[in-house]
Design a protein around this ligand. Structure first.
Ligand code: FAD
Length: 389
C-alpha cells in the first residue's frame, strides 16, 4: 500500500460504517465522526441486494448480514386488490452469484456494520457533528460543533442526503422532490410468507412489505403528496389512505405500533460528477442520493465504501485513487438514480387509463426480461465475480 495516513469519515450510517471496516481491514487508521450522540439507525427495514452482498462478502460481512435478516427468493408486483401483475424469481441470483438477497431490520444491519467497524479496529465517535473542514499541508482538518477537530490524510463525507461535506465540495445542487412521501413501519407477527417481497400498486399510492425476522414484517407505503406536509399521526394517515386495499395491507397496519412509524419525503438529486476535491470525497447519499424505488440507496453506499477502499489500496497517490474511485462509481450510480426516478413516476401514476396501460404492460413483461435486468445490474456494479472462459 502506497497511500498512508488517517482516514476521517463524517457520518456513521450504512456507508460510513462499511467504509470504516473496509479501510481498517486494508490497514488504514480510521475514525468515524457521527453527529448523533449514539450511533443509531433511522428507519424500519431495508433490502440488501446482490451487488451490495457481494461487496460485503469482500469484507467477510455477508454471512453476518444474512444471519441477521431473511433471505428474499421471489418478488411479486400486485394491484391494490391483490391481483398478481408479475412474479419474478430472485433466488437464481443467489445461485449465479453466490450470495442471497436479504431483507433486514435496519437496527440489525447497523449493529452488524458497527460491530464490523470496531472489530476491524476503527474508532467510532458519537456526538461529533462536522461543521466545516480545511485543507492542510498534510491533508485535511475537520472541525466539529463541540469545538474539537481532527486531522487526516483523507476526509470522506458519508453524511447523507443533506451532506455538509457535499456542499463544500460540489456547491449547492438542489434537492429534487419526487412528488411523493413515504411511511415505514414494522408489523409484529409472521403475517406474510417468508422469502417474498411484495409491492402493490394503486392510484398514486404503493404499499410494499417483506419479512425481516421470524415475527417481524417491514412495510412501506408511498403516496403522492405535497412536499413538507406535517403529520402528527402517521399510522392513522396510512390506515385511512390504504383502508380499501386487499389483505395483508390492513392486517399489517393493525399489527404496527404507532410510535414505530416514520414519515419521510422522498428526494434525490440529479447525478453530477465531481464529488472529489483535494483530499476530500463523498459516498452514499452524500454523493448520489436516490429515490428508494429500486431499494438501492443503502446498497450503493456499501458498494461505494468497498470500491473506495480498493482504489486506495492499489493507487500510487491519493489523487489517483480518488480519480479511480469516481471513474468506477459514477456511471453505475448515475444509471440507478435515473432508473429509480423513472420507476417512481410509473409506480405513482394517478390517471386511470395510464394505470390500466401500465398494468397491462407489466403483466405482459416476461419474467425472463426482469431476471435479465436484475442480472445486468449486478454485473454493471463491478462486484460480480469474473466469468470463467
Ligand atoms: C422509504 C425508504 C426506503 C428505503 N429502502 C431502501 C432499501 O430497501 N435498500 C437500500 O439499499 N436503500 C434503501 N433506502 C435508502 C437508504 O436508506 C439510504 O440510501 C442509505 O441510508 C444511505 O446511506 P448513507 O450512509 O449514505 O447515509 P445515511 O444512512 O443517511 O447516514 C448518514 C449519517 O451521517 C450522519 N450525519 C449527517 N450529517 C452529519 C454531520 N454534519 N456530521 C456528522 N455526522 C452527520 C447522520 O446522522 C447519519 O448517521 C430507503 C430509503 C427510504 C427513504
Amino acid at each position: 500500500m502506497k497511500i498512508h495516513g488517517k482516514v476521517l469519515i463524517a457520518g456513521g450510517g450504512i456507508g460510513g460504517l462499511t467504509l470504516a471496516r473496509a479501510a481498517a481491514r486494508a490497514g488504514f487508521t480510521c475514525q468515524v465522526f457521527e453527529r448523533e450522540a449514539e450511533v443509531r439507525p433511522v428507519g424500519a427495514g431495508i433490502l440488501v441486494q446482490t451487488a451490495a452482498m457481494l461487496a460485503l462478502k469482500r469484507l467477510a460481512l455477508d454471512a453476518r448480514v444474512a444471519a441477521a435478516g431473511t433471505e428474499v427468493r421471489v418478488g411479486f408486483g400486485k394491484t391494490d386488490r391483490g391481483a398478481v401483475l408479475q412474479r419474478s424469481a430472485m433466488d437464481f441470483l443467489a445461485v449465479e452469484f453466490g450470495v442471497p438477497t436479504i431483507a433486514i431490520h435496519r437496527a440489525r444491519l447497523h449493529a452488524v456494520l458497527l460491530d464490523g467497524a470496531r472489530d476491524a479496529g476503527a474508532v467510532v465517535h458519537g456526538g461529533k457533528k462536522l461543521e466545516h473542514f480545511e485543507e492542510t499541508p498534510d491533508g485535511v482538518r475537520a472541525h466539529f460543533a463541540d469545538g474539537s477537530s481532527a486531522e487526516g490524510a483523507l476526509l470522506v463525507g458519508a453524511d447523507g442526503l443533506r451532506s455538509v461535506v457535499r456542499r463544500a465540495v460540489m456547491g449547492e445542487t438542489p434537492l429534487r422532490y419526487a412528488g411523493y412521501t413515504s411511511y415505514r413501519g414494522i408489523a409484529e407477527g409472521s403475517l406474510v410468507p417468508e422469502h417474498e417481497v411484495t409491492e402493490a400498486w394503486g392510484k398514486g399510492a404503493r404499499f410494499g412489505f417483506a419479512r425481516v425476522g421470524p415475527s417481524e414484517v417491514y412495510w412501506f407505503a408511498v403516496v403522492n403528496a405535497l412536499e413538507g406536509g406535517r403529520d402528527e399521526h402517521p399510522l392513522d394517515t396510512v390506515v385511512r389512505r390504504f383502508s380499501g386495499w386487499a389483505e395483508p395491507v390492513p392486517g399489517l397496519l393493525a399489527a404496527t405500533k404507532p410510535e414505530r412509524v416514520l414519515k419521510t419525503d422522498i428526494h434525490d438529486r440529479e447525478p453530477v460528477s465531481g464529488s472529489t476535491r483535494g483530499p476530500v470525497t463523498l459516498l452514499g447519499d452524500a454523493a448520489h442520493p436516490t429515490t428508494p424505488n429500486l431499494g438501492q440507496g443503502g446498497c450503493m453506499a456499501i458498494e461505494d465504501a468497498v470500491a473506495l477502499t480498493e482504489c486506495l489500496a492499489v493507487a500510487d497517490t491519493l489523487p489517483a485513487a480518488l480519480a479511480d474511485y469516481e471513474a468506477r462509481r459514477f456511471e453505475p450510480t448515475k444509471r440507478l438514480v435515473e432508473a429509480s426516478f423513472r420507476f417512481g413516476k410509473m409506480a405513482q401514476l394517478e390517471n386511470g387509463a395510464a394505470i390500466w396501460v401500465r398494468n397491462l404492460l407489466v403483466r405482459a413483461t416476461p419474467a425472463r426480461i426482469v431476471e435479465k435486468q436484475l442480472r445486468r445490474s449486478v454485473i454493471a456494479s463491478g462486484f460480480a465475480p469474473p466469468v470463467r472462459a
